[in-house]
Design a protein around this ligand. Structure first.
Ligand SMILES: [Zn+2]
Ligand SMILES: [Zn+2]
Length: 111
């Protein structure tokens, strides 16, 4: 969203002051942005954190292959279905590692 100053038609710049977002112009005009943007930023952050939690042992630099379903006994509960994926750790000569996550209790382990 691009906004222009109603006073002088210059491009307004976003600035965060005390956790509030303002649109500020060179001429001194300023306008507070309602919280929508901050809420969106927060929800993106939350989603990102949730995602990181899911991939707890996996870092950005690791190569992840596609998730697959597999018949596998969960060590924590009696479920026999798990998601499985492979991770090739970067700069490692070892073969890729298999990870499993129980569909029922979400327990994750590697083989
Ligand atoms: Zn202005
Ligand atoms: Zn389980």
């Amino acid at each position: 969203m691009v906004e222009f100053c109603p006073e002088c038609s210059n491009l307004l710049r976003k600035r965060r002051i005390d956790d509030k977002l303002f649109l500020i112009c060179k001429c001194g005009y300023q306008q507070e942005i309602q919280n929508d943007n901050i809420d969106i930023e927060k929800s993106i952050k939350k989603k990102k954190q949730a995602l990181e939690k899911n991939l707890l042992i996996v870092s950005d630099e690791d190569k992840i292959s596609v998730l697959l379903k597999a018949k596998k006994d969960c060590p924590k509960c009696d479920n026999i279905e798990a998601e499985t994926w492979q991770v090739q750790i970067r700069s490692s000569d070892e073969p890729s590692t298999h990870f499993f996550r129980c569909i029922k209790c979400k327990y994750t382990w590697r083989e």
